[in-house]
Design a protein around this ligand. Structure first.
Ligand SMILES: Cc1cc2nc3c(=O)[nH]c(=O)nc-3n(C[C@H](O)[C@H](O)[C@H](O)COP(=O)(O)OP(=O)(O)OC[C@H]3O[C@@H](n4cnc5c(N)ncnc54)[C@H](O)[C@@H]3O)c2cc1C
Length: 392
């Protein structure tokens, strides 16, 4: 990292350690779920410095940072244990609005999204349309100056914190199913919108299904042209799939794993890192993060003026997922070592208390399993790479 970035890093670190709400850092570090108010408070604290929409170009109100600055910022955010920014607003729909929306829509949504005053959810998937997303049946019927929305969206992340949802909706039946899809926004509190929480195996509420029954929205909530929603949705997925890289978070996890593995007293004088198999796996994971970082920089450096990373984002999505799974599997290995040694008198109590990493570590192992599914499954990404990147 360029030495001239040190003052910038210091400034960001100082902000997270002083001006940023410290109770939210503590809550996140304790692994507690954040309330809607917490999420808004966190994002508005970043927005107040214009540090929320970090990748937006200056002409749309962003800070105009280069890639290196964005990296430093993300690293410091992860280091400080600040909650991850909800991506659906600033990372996903923001670029769609500044690229395809009309002046009134930009006026309505860009500033409050950039400042963290409003939250968004992503309404793509449906009970019968996941990988084959273009088969979606959610309908938007034009009725004068309005659209009437009917249908169900599912796996809608963080919708319980959202004020708005962006939707892919069928506005006409065409031979080519992608052609009849439009991109429409809707407030989450409109009459006829109902949120149904989905509680996952870890007991957490991160997912929902959202039903729409004769929901009336102004036609002015349609972004871009009717029937062009599919191409906007794919543009958005370029941002989404690249955002999974999360290099700073991965490096933080690797440092944590190495620290536990190097701790004395795991088994007499034998440390976990002295196990060659484990040490080899840890080193391979560290190299994988370097490779991921180089791939992200290569793809992003080809993108101009806040544009979408495009089809190459599928490569990042697969690499990021496999690397995340590789790293969190190391937590399982460590947890196994802690389990094996629990009843061994020669093991120092200090090391066993270090084994408290086991629960959050194992939770993150299971969390990263889902990454092969969301944002389009890894199998679908391989199809995209074969057809559109390699043109096979
Ligand atoms: C944690 C989580 C969060 C999510 N958040 C959101 C959200 O906020 N908004 C949203 O809209 N959606 C969200 N999703 C939904 C996600 O995008 C879909 O689950 C995903 O696209 C897969 O669709 P599906 O679940 O219907 O699986 P299916 O499409 O039924 O796929 C089942 C299996 O078949 C394989 N498969 C299907 N078709 C092919 C093919 N042509 N070639 C090879 N293999 C194939 C798949 O790879 C998969 O293994 C989320 C999902 C998860 C798990």
């Amino acid at each position: 990292m360029a030495p001239e970035l040190s003052p910038f890093r210091e400034e960001v670190r100082h902000f997270f350690e002083t001006d940023y709400p410290q109770d939210l850092r503590e809550k996140t570090q304790r692994g507690e779920s954040l309330s809607t108010e917490d999420v808004r408070r966190s994002e508005m604290a970043l927005g107040a410095r214009n540090w929320l929409a970090t990748a937006w170009p200056t002409e749309h109100g962003g800070p105009g940072w280069d890639l290196q600055q964005q990296y430093v910022f993300d690293e410091e955010l992860e280091r400080a244990g600040v909650p991850t920014v909800t991506p659906m607003g600033v990372i996903y729909v923001g670029p769609i609005i500044y690229t395809f929306a009309d002046a009134a829509q930009k006026e309505r949504w860009l500033t409050p999204t950039r400042l963290g005053e409003i939250g968004w959810a992503q309404g793509y998937s449906e009970p019968e349309s996941g990988s084959d997303l273009a088969s979606l049946q959610f309908s938007a019927k034009r009725d004068g100056d309005n659209y009437i929305l009917n249908g169900t969206k599912i796996w809608t992340s963080a919708a319980q914190h959202a004020d708005w949802i962006f939707l892919l909706a069928r506005t006409s039946q065409e031979d080519r199913k992608q052609a009849g899809i439009s991109f429409i926004c809707c407030e989450m509190d409109r009459p006829g919108v109902t949120l149904h929480p989905i509680i996952t195996i870890d007991g957490k509420h991160a997912l929902n299904s959202v039903t729409f029954k004769n929901v009336v929205v102004p036609a002015a909530y349609l972004i871009g042209e009717e029937g062009k929603g599919w191409s906007y949705s794919q543009y958005l997925l370029g941002f989404e799939r690249t955002s999974y890289a999360r290099i700073g978070g991965k490096r933080k996890q690797l440092r944590h794993i190495r620290q536990i593995a190097q701790a004395e007293g795991a088994d007499g004088n034998r440390r976990v890192i002295d196990d060659e198999l484990f040490a080899g796996k840890l080193t391979a994971a560290e190299i994988a993060v370097d490779e991921l970082e180089m791939t992200v920089l290569r793809v992003l450096s080809a993108v101009k003026d806040g544009g979408s990373p495009g089809k190459e984002a599928s490569i990042i999505k697969i690499l990021a997922t496999e690397t995340a799974q590789q790293i969190t599997t190391l937590y399982l290995d460590l947890a196994a070592q802690a389990g094996i040694r629990r009843f061994d008198d020669s093991v120092s109590p200090d090391w066993l208390s270090a084994g408290q990493f086991s629960a959050p570590g194992v939770a993150s192992y299971f969390g990263t399993r889902a990454q092969s599914i969301y944002g389009g499954t890894n199998e679908i990404q391989k199809n995209i790479i074969a057809r559109r990147v390699l043109e096979l």
